[in-house]
Design a protein around this ligand. Structure first.
Ligand code: S3P
Length: 431
C-alpha cells in the first residue's frame, strides 16, 4: 500500500493474521464528549476516537465554553456544570452527522442562539428528523430548504414531549434525550426498531436516570450530570473491516481486544457467524454500562445471506464492507430495507454498486438495497470513495482478494472515523 496523500494502492494478499486493538468507538466518544462538557467536574477519557468526526465534536464543545486537553488518545474535559455559553462563531460539525444532530438537542435546551454548519456532504443530509421534534419541544430552528444544514437554533424553555420516531435513529433518540435534560417534565422517545442505546447508557454513566418502558426511553428534565473516568471500548464498526478481511481468507486468525460488545452493536458478530466466520468470545466485562471483550476470529467458509428489517438497521454502518466482499461469498448477499444507506456520508447503495462494477462484478442496486451474487471474482481497478470513509475502507478490504492492484481515490476520507486504518491493515496482511 502506498500513499500519495489521497490515492492508496492495495495489492492482493495471501492471508490476514494478528492481534489488534481499535481506537475508541465513535458513537460513544461523541456522547461522552458532549456529556462530559455538560457535567460537573473533570471527565477523563482514555482511548477517545482518533477520527476527525469526534474531533469535530470536541471543537464544538470548546467553542461552547467546555475546555479540554488532549494527550494522545486521552482527553481531559473540564465540564461546565450545565452552563454552556453561546459560541462566538458558527459551530463547525465537519462531516459529522452525529455531531450536528446530537449537539442540536443540547443546544435546543440552552438560553442562547447557535448556528451549526458542515462540509459539503453534511450539508446534503436530512435534519428534519431532529428539527421537527425539537421544535415540538419549544426550540426555534431555521434550516436551509428541505431541512438541510446549516441550522440556526434559538433554544430554551423546552417542555417534554412523547415522540415516536418515524425513522428509527439512535442519533435522533440521543438528541431528544439530551434535550430532555433541559425540558420541563418527561421526554419519551419510542422506536419501532431497536437502535443503538449508547445515549441512554452514557446518560446513566454520567449520573442521570433514564428509564426504559417497552419501546420507550424516558428522561426527566432538570437532572445534573457528574464527570466520569472511562476507557472507551474499541470501535466495532471499525473492527468490521478486519472481520470481513479475515472472512476472505480461510484459515486467517485475528484476535481483537478491548472491543465494544454492546448487544445493539454486536449483532454484526451474530450475522458474521451465521455467514460462516468463526468468532469466539474470550473474555467480557462491563464498563460504565457498556460490554467490552476480546474475540478470536477465524476465516472459514464465507457463505453470505440476506440482511433485512432490524438486521439492516443494526448493521447500517457495516453494510458497505459486507457488500464490498459479497462477490466472494458462496451464496451472495442481498440487502433489503436499507433506504437510510442513501442518506449517509454518501449514497452508499450507489457507491458500493458503482465500485463493484468498476472491479468487474455484477451488483444490482434496488431502491432500498443491493443484490450481489456470490461466486464472483474482482479485478483490480480504480475506485473512488466519494469522500466517504466507510466506502474507502470497504474497498481496501475487497481489494485484498482482487486480481491485480486496486487504486482507491480519495482514500484519505478514512480519517473521518479511523485515520490509522491503512497502516493497521498493512500490519495484518501477509503478501
Ligand atoms: C449513530 C447512529 C447511526 C449510524 C451513525 C452513528 C450514532 O445513524 O449510522 O454512524 O452514533 O447514534 P442513525 O442515527 O442515522 O441511524
Amino acid at each position: 500500500m502506498m500513499n500519495d496523500n489521497s490515492t492508496v494502492v492495495v495489492r492482493p494478499a495471501r492471508n490476514i493474521a494478528g492481534t489488534l486493538q481499535l481506537p475508541g468507538d465513535k458513537s460513544i466518544s461523541h456522547r461522552y464528549a458532549m456529556l462530559g462538557a455538560l457535567a460537573e467536574g473533570t471527565t477523563r477519557l482514555e482511548n477517545y476516537s482518533t477520527g476527525a468526526d469526534c474531533a469535530s465534536t470536541l471543537g464544538c464543545v470548546k467553542a461552547l465554553g467546555a475546555n479540554w486537553e488532549r494527550t494522545g488518545n486521552q482527553i481531559v474535559i473540564h465540564g461546565c456544570a450545565g452552563n454552556l455559553r453561546a459560541a462566538a462563531v458558527p459551530l463547525d460539525c465537519g462531516n459529522s452527522g452525529s455531531t450536528m444532530r446530537m449537539l442540536s438537542g443540547i443546544l435546543a435546551g440552552q438560553d442562547f442562539t447557535s448556528e451549526l454548519f458542515g462540509d459539503e456532504s453534511l450539508s446534503r443530509r436530512p435534519m428534519a428528523r431532529i428539527i421537527k421534534p425539537l421544535q415540538e419541544m419549544g426550540a426555534r430552528i431555521n434550516s436551509s430548504e428541505g431541512g438541510k444544514p446549516p441550522l440556526r437554533i434559538q433554544g430554551g424553555n423546552l417542555k417534554g414531549i412523547s415522540y415516536s420516531m418515524p425513522v428509527p435513529s439512535a442519533q435522533v433518540k440521543s438528541s431528544l434525550l439530551f434535550a430532555g435534560l433541559f425540558a420541563e417534565g418527561e421526554t419519551r422517545v419510542s422506536e419501532s426498531v431497536r437502535t443503538r442505546d449508547h445515549g441512554e447508557i452514557a446518560l446513566r454513566a454520567f449520573g442521570a436516570e433514564v428509564k426504559r418502558e417497552g419501546t420507550e426511553a424516558i428522561i426527566s428534565g432538570g437532572q445534573k450530570l457528574h464527570a466520569i473516568e472511562a476507557t472507551i471500548p474499541g470501535d466495532i464498526s471499525s473492527a468490521a473491516f478486519f472481520l470481513c478481511a479475515a472472512a476472505l481468507f480461510p484459515g486467517s486468525q485475528l484476535v481483537i481486544r478491548n472491543l465494544l460488545m454492546n448487544p445493539t452493536r454486536a449483532r454484526l458478530l451474530d450475522v458474521l457467524i451465521s455467514m460462516g466466520l468463526g468468532i469466539t468470545v474470550q473474555e467480557m466485562e462491563e464498563r460504565h454500562g457498556e460490554l467490552v471483550g476480546t474475540i478470536q476470529v477465524e476465516g472459514r467458509k464465507w457463505k453470505g445471506g440476506t440482511l433485512a428489517g432490524g438486521d439492516t438497521a443494526a448493521l447500517i454502518d457495516e453494510i458497505p464492507v459486507l457488500a464490498a466482499v459479497a462477490p466472494f461469498t458462496e451464496e451472495g448477499l442481498e440487502v433489503r430495507d436499507g433506504r437510510e444507506l442513501r442518506v449517509k456520508e454518501s449514497d452508499r447503495i450507489a457507491a458500493v454498486a458503482a465500485n463493484l462494477r468498476a472491479m468487474g462484478a455484477v451488483a444490482e442496486e434496488t431502491e432500498d438495497g443491493l443484490k450481489i451474487p456470490g461466486g464472483q471474482k474482482l479485478r483490480g481497478a480504480e475506485v473512488d470513495s466519494l469522500g466517504d470513509h466507510r466506502i474507502a475502507m470497504a474497498f481496501a478490504v475487497a481489494a485484498l482478494r482482487a486480481e491485480g492492484e486496486t487504486k482507491i481515490h480519495r482514500a484519505d476520507a478514512a480519517v473521518i472515523s479511523f485515520g490509522e486504518f491503512f497502516t493497521t491493515l498493512q500490519g495484518l496482511v501477509e503478501n
